[in-house]
Design a protein around this ligand. Structure first.
Ligand SMILES: [Zn+2]
Length: 228
């Protein structure tokens, strides 16, 4: 399953694998790090083979990043999941054409994310996002604006090229904002007072998403350490 293959090549959530450079490349899932978005990806990631889940909107092929290297990704807008990110907002600085205010995800996770949104809705909960797919230009700006990221601490802002947001497999949900440690178990960010967090805690895993331990809001399709 493509999503699992993609996820297995990844580093942590908002923060990442700067400490594990080359980990993804070693698994053969990354296009050359030349920044050439037309470079071929592996069969599992070939975006032309992927389709957006019915009910989501195909935004076409875009340039994503994993493990510091550029990959081509098919992006899908999830209409039932509004996002305030500048990629999604019409007129936003990093707008992806066609997003129309909806969260943007990799086709590999579009089924799961749509399923999660629908499951929430059945329970009377309207999920919303503050970030989903993120462009390189945006990730660079976030890091440049963050003192600790600038100085090489990527716990809360990933090094450009290493955020799972840049592969479109991460979502930051609105309605929960607890920080914790970047390891599962004691110290993990939990937010039992948030209905959104409680829902995600009980249901996200079923749809292929797990929490990045340091951030109650960040959920993605990575199974690496620090995802719970
Ligand atoms: Zn995030």
């Amino acid at each position: 399953m493509a999503a699992a293959v993609v996820a297995s090549a990844l580093s942590s959530g908002c923060a990442p694998a700067a400490e594990r450079p080359g980990a993804a490349a070693a698994q053969g899932s990354v296009a050359p790090a030349s920044g050439d978005a037309s470079a071929p990806a592996t069969r599992e990631e070939r975006p032309s083979d992927l389709s957006c889940a019915p009910g989501t909107r195909d935004l076409g092929i875009h340039r994503g990043f994993v493990g510091g290297g550029a990959v081509r990704v098919r992006l899908c807008a999830v209409p039932g999941l509004p996002s305030t990110s500048p990629e999604s907002a019409p007129g936003g600085a990093y707008h992806v054409a066609g997003a129309a205010g909806a969260a943007i995800v990799n086709a590999t996770v579009s089924h799961g994310v749509l399923g999660l949104v629908q499951a929430a809705r059945r329970r009377g909960l309207a999920l919303a996002a503050t970030s989903s797919f993120r462009t390189m230009e945006h990730q660079r700006a976030l890091c440049a604006a963050n003192r600790v990221c600038r100085h090489g601490d990527f716990t809360y802002v990933a090094a450009p090229g290493f955020s799972n947001h840049q592969l479109g497999i991460a979502i930051d949900f609105a309605g929960t904002a607890v920080e914790g440690r970047s390891a599962c178990g004691r110290g993990r960010a939990v937010d039992p007072r948030s209905r959104t967090w409680r829902f995600l805690e009980h249901h996200a895993r079923h749809f292929g998403l797990r929490q990045y331990a340091a951030e109650s809001w960040h959920w993605d399709a990575s199974d690496e350490a620090g995802h719970c």
